[in-house]
Design a protein around this ligand. Structure first.
Ligand code: B1N
Length: 817
């Protein structure tokens, strides 16, 4: 007997079909006969919203009226992925939808496919925020996600005829978007610029311009929790629609300038993952959504009160700062409390520090935001005053804690130089109760290196919360076959809300029948992906080869170069006759990666991968042995198709550089084996799945540090390993650039003279682990046994567990009763 705990549908198939008909008629204005899949998509989404509406109201009421502290997750990015099927799953309506749509003469998949995914994030950080709000709702914790409704999400990637990346605007709002509910009546005014004057001994900010922040609300249905939270994304609108005065002076274009300036704020997501550029517009975006959100929370929790007692604010809501992007919220809350509500400094500071907590997502020094004080002064003059005052108070406090003057100087929030800068990570650490890293190793390195002085003096603030991913989207939706097999193996589907139950599969790894069923699931998924690659990309794959995947943003520290060099070396082995093609394990190498538009070496690496693919895929000497597939525009949708079909996953960053990674968790949970370094959450994945079920290679953090200290010379490694030399020479000699020897010269020069992330130093170890991997893969039963053990032991990496950790150790709140 299988125990079923999945949510019960609130509708019958017939009711769902009636609902679609009604929405088609009254919202879309089309008959069933006229309707296209796009119409049915909108109508179905509205039906789902209809049935979630009461739970949404109730969750909001319980949140405001009850005594449970809510969570405000402040994030500049929410990489949601498609909404419809996820909402159907969480609300228990998948079957009713499928049947209803078929009854109306449509294919469910066609309806699902028309949804344009909201790409309001760059990568892991934004996707983590999306997993977290799913888990908050599923656990029944009252929460708001607060962010920006960018008009243009992450760019759509294409490749030109030379294999170079081209960026196209992602106008995801071209067609009707049924999920966002625009609430003009709850808008907030957000102001910028101007000056600060003294009136009656009080500081008064006289801003120069303002924009209207309009909330667009998305329902966030919990899985089987009966709760529906809110993702509130702010959209910028102008107050001055059209300046008639200017217009009358016949300066037509100038007349719309203020409007354009205002609405630019939420126009576009910055496409840089981990290298912020100190641009005024980015700071405008940050302040825009944070200021609107803080005022919104006061409106929600103190309805109709003109003089609320804000000393209770930290018991109403706790705000998590997702990286430094929302840190301007700290001086903003100070300003609200002091200037708008008349609190004194100490009371305001006490409220503020109790309200905020900060998650750091990086170790790269260039990724920690630092804003020129001048820029902040111009845009937010009152905030800069407050930041300076916070800095003074903080320095005074430090003097009571240490006599180490150098240390105090190093810890300044505002630097002491001719053009002072504001270090947002320091402001966040000083202005919040807790600071956390996103994997154990990362949190340790934060304490020991990045924020060392702070952890010396404020050790209690520091903690770790290892990232996680939602099993609803990344197992149940992405991999229905594996989900069914897990449920069969465990005799319950309860694992979807308690992922540690996967542990119950461990004994089944010894059961050959079960392992064979698992292998059949993987094979079927590979066949599905093969069909998908053909349909979407016109590309032929062979599902009987090993599917070896590396998908993530393109960044030097992630070391796509290592993967591509190893591939080229294998190609050169065969071409030179050193290795017979007959002895090569047939392998399909799949890449997915977007590069920041201005990131020169990353873009060149994309070009190289595409051209290696072109050459290798057209060379009869390696046919059936080596195949390279680089689908453009890697996004959440593609991830959901690709992850379940992958045999081997690559997590090969230089040790000490990847804060956590979350793709690594998704792959392990879907039964891919990982080849990886001791970096980020790889460390914890390996600990849990067992060292014998994880392909470890490469230098450790300590070895990396030592090599830097001793003086790293990449050319030495090039000379020492003939296969590495052959691979690099092949890149230089024009093999992948139609004979042109200059095309990749900058990349080759970087490898040989700088190689900042020590790709060359890890190459030999990486190649030899790949041989071990191939040997194991030739034994399908043993391979799949290890894959089952990966699934069984990865339950810890549910975002439900991450959220539980935040609840217990940082937020100190709980689900609604
Ligand atoms: O955050 C993920 C981690 O799993 C990854 O290891 C980490 O690289 C990623 C500025 C970032 N860190 N920093 C960013 C994104 C956008 C931006 O404008 C920085 N992303 C990460 C989740 O913890």
């Amino acid at each position: 007997m299988t125990e079923i705990t999945a949510p019960k549908s609130p509708v019958t198939t017939a009711e769902f079909a009636d609902g679609i008909r009604e929405q088609l008629k009254y919202s879309q204005g089309v008959t069933v006969e006229q309707a296209t899949p796009a119409d049915v998509y909108v109508a179905s989404s509205l039906v789902v919203r209809h049935y979630l509406q009461d739970a949404w109201f109730k969750t909001q009421q319980d949140m405001v009226n009850g005594n449970t502290k809510a969570v405000g997750y402040l994030s500049a990015e929410f990489l949601m992925g498609k909404q419809l099927r996820n909402a159907l799953l969480n609300a228990g309506m998948i079957d009713q939808f499928d049947e209803a749509v078929k009854d109306l003469g449509f294919e469910p998949q066609d309806v699902i496919d028309v949804e344009h995914e909201p790409g309001l994030g760059n990568g892991g950080l934004g996707r983590l925020a999306a997993c977290f709000i799913d888990s908050l709702a599923s656990l029944g914790v009252p929460a708001f996600g607060y962010g920006i409704q960018y008009k243009y999400g992450i760019f759509e990637q294409a490749f030109d005829k030379d294999g170079k990346q081209i960026e196209k605007p992602d106008y995801w709002l071209t067609n009707e978007e049924p999920w966002g509910h625009i609430d003009y009546n709850r808008s907030q005014k957000v102001s910028f610029g101007g000056e600060v004057v003294e009136e009656n001994g009080k500081k008064v900010w006289k801003p120069a311009w303002s924009v209207r922040a309009v909330p667009v609300d998305y329902m966030v249905p919990g899985y089987a929790s009966g709760r529906v939270n809110t993702l509130r994304l702010w959209s910028a609108k102008s107050y001055d629609e059209f300046d008639l005065l200017t217009f009358n002076k016949s300066e037509y274009l100038d007349a719309v300038k203020p409007q354009v300036k205002a609405e630019n704020i939420s126009k576009i997501l910055y496409p840089e993952d981990s290298t912020p550029q100190g641009k005024a517009l980015r700071l405008e975006q940050q302040y825009f959504f944070v200021a609107a959100s803080l005022h919104d929370a006061i409106r929600v929790f103190y309805p109709g009160q003109s003089k609320p007692d804000l000393t209770t604010f930290p018991s109403k809501i706790t705000f998590q700062l997702n990286d430094t992007h929302p840190v301007i919220g700290i001086p903003e809350l100070m300003r609200i409390l002091i200037d708008e509500y008349g609190y004194d400094w100490d009371t305001a500071w006490s409220i503020t520090t109790k309200t905020f907590n900060y998650t750091c997502h990086t170790l790269l020094p260039e990724a920690l935001e630092v804003w020129p004080a001048k820029l902040i002064s111009e845009l937010l003059p009152r905030h800069m005053e407050i930041i300076n005052e916070i800095n003074e108070h903080f320095l005074a406090e430090l003097k009571t804690k240490t006599r180490d003057k150098a240390k105090i100087e190093r810890m300044r929030i505002v630097t002491d130089e001719e053009n002072p800068k504001v270090r947002m990570a320091y402001l966040a650490t000083a202005g919040g109760s807790h600071v956390n890293g996103v994997a154990e190793l990362h949190s340790e390195l934060l304490k020991d290196v990045t924020l060392r002085d702070f952890s010396d003096l404020y050790g209690d603030k520091f903690t770790n919360v290892t990232n996680g991913v939602t099993p609803r989207r990344f197992i149940r939706l992405a991999n229905p076959r594996l989900s069914a097999l897990i449920t069969e193996g465990l005799g319950t589907d309860k694992w979807l809300s308690d992922l540690e139950l996967l542990k119950g599969l461990e004994p089944l790894a010894k059961d050959d029948e079960f392992v064979k069923k698992f292998a059949a699931v993987k094979q079927a998924n590979k066949e599905d992906f093969t069909a998908y690659a053909k349909r979407e990309y016109g590309f032929d794959l062979d599902p009987n080869t090993m599917f070896n995947t590396m998908v993530k943003r393109l960044h030097e520290y992630k070391r796509q170069s290592l993967k591509i060099l190893a591939l080229i070396a294998k190609y050169a082995d065969i071409k030179s006759g050193r290795v017979s093609a007959d002895d090569v394990l047939p392998r399909t190498v799949i890449f997915g990666a977007k590069s920041a538009p201005g990131y020169y070496l990353a873009k060149m690496t994309i070009q190289l991968i595409n051209n290696v693919a072109r050459v290798v895929n057209n060379d009869p000497d390696v046919k059936g042995k080596l195949h390279v597939f680089f689908p453009w525009n890697y996004n959440v949708r593609l991830a959901q198709h690709l992850i379940p079909a992958t045999d081997l996953d690559e997590q090969i960053s230089q040790a000490g550089k990847e804060a956590s990674g979350t793709g690594n968790m998704k792959f392990a949970l879907n039964g891919a084996l990982t080849v990886g370094t001791l970096d980020g959450a790889n460390v914890e994945i390996r600990e849990r799945v067992g060292a014998e079920n994880f392909f470890l290679f490469g230098m450790t953090v300590d070895e990396v540090d030592k090599l830097y200290e001793d003086g790293y010379s990449p050319a030495k490694y090039y000379e020492a390993d003939p296969r590495l030399k052959a691979a690099i020479d092949m890149v230089s000699d024009g093999t992948f650039s139609n004979g042109d020897r200059n095309t990749y010269a900058p990349l080759v020069a970087d490898w040989l003279t700088k190689d900042w992330f020590m790709t060359l130093a890890d190459f030999t170890a990486y190649s030899s682990i790949q041989s071990e991997i191939e040997a194991l893969y030739r034994d399908p039963l043993e391979w799949n046994r290890k894959a089952v053990l990966n699934v069984a032991n990865s339950g810890y990496f549910s975002s439900d567990r991450s959220i539980q950790d935040y609840l217990d150790n940082i937020w100190h709140t709980s689900p609604l009763a």
